[in-house]
Design a protein around this ligand. Structure first.
Ligand code: URA
Length: 243
């Protein structure tokens, strides 16, 4: 009986995936009764149908879909100077997602986010939280390196942000940690200073967003590590709470 139910669930999953491909918008499947018991119910408290027993939840777009759509991007002027697109990396189902500003030289060379000096500090922060880089997701507002690491420009953010938004929608982390002024101000659509934004949670759609100082700022201002530690402790507490 259990095998039959699993076969049925598999067939339904295939059906949903093909529906998704045909862009019909079906992304969830609800079954009542025994089947509901076979599969864990996702922590989707806002969903009025949760009680009916969700057997599977198919994200409407995968990270692979988004990477494919991004392609060999030429949507902004940064494409001319880059070696590699830095799409992001980590757990596609992460509860915690870090967003930085833009790739630097090391990231551009390796095609991976936060692998230089600031990246080492971020890795240390993640370890101090009792996590690993593989357990979280790490990405940036911009996917290409600005020349000489200058600040991102509005047209570059406008071209790149839709892909970040899609990544966030696909991963649906419980908490976003916005590293530095550009990440926090871009996501929260504000020009309030990072020193004012940090230290408390903000709402980003149905996710919680904690702004904190960028690791590169911490390298120049080690005294601010105390505040970052306070911020990440609030994140840890939030993640420990039952969803
Ligand atoms: N700084 C960022 O904001 N992102 C990186 O990936 C590296 C450094």
């Amino acid at each position: 009986m259990r095998d039959e139910l699993l076969d049925l669930a598999g067939a339904l999953k295939d059906h949903i995936l093909s529906e998704r491909e045909s862009r019909s918008g079906v992304s969830r499947l609800y079954l009542k009764g025994d089947l509901g018991a076979l599969y864990p119910v996702p922590p989707d408290t806002d969903d009025p149908e949760r009680e009916s027993g969700v057997v599977m939840s198919v994200p409407s777009v995968t990270l692979e879909d988004i990477r494919t759509e991004l392609g060999d991007c030429t949507r902004c002027k940064l494409h001319g100077g880059r070696l590699n697109i830095v799409f992001g990396e980590g757990n596609p189902h992460a509860d915690l997602l870090f967003v930085g500003e833009a790739p630097g030289r090391d990231e551009d060379q390796q095609g991976r986010p936060f692998v230089g000096r600031a990246g080492q500090l971020l890795t240390d922060i993640i370890k101090a939280m009792g996590l690993t880089r593989d357990a979280v997701y790490i990405c940036n507002i911009l996917k290409c390196r600005p020349p000489e690491n200058r600040n991102p420009e509005p047209d570059e953010i406008a071209a790149c942000e839709p892909f970040l938004v899609k990544q966030l929608q696909s991963i649906q982390p419980r908490v976003i940690c916005a590293l530095g002024k550009f990440a926090a101000q871009t996501l929260l659509k504000t020009d309030t200073a990072i020193s004012v934004l940090r230290g408390r949670f903000h709402s980003y759609h149905e996710m919680r967003l904690m702004p904190t100082y960028h690791p590169a700022y911490l390298l120049r201002n080690p005294g601010a590590k105390k505040q970052v530690w306070e911020d990440v402790q609030m994140i840890m507490k939030e993640l420990q709470q039952e969803s």
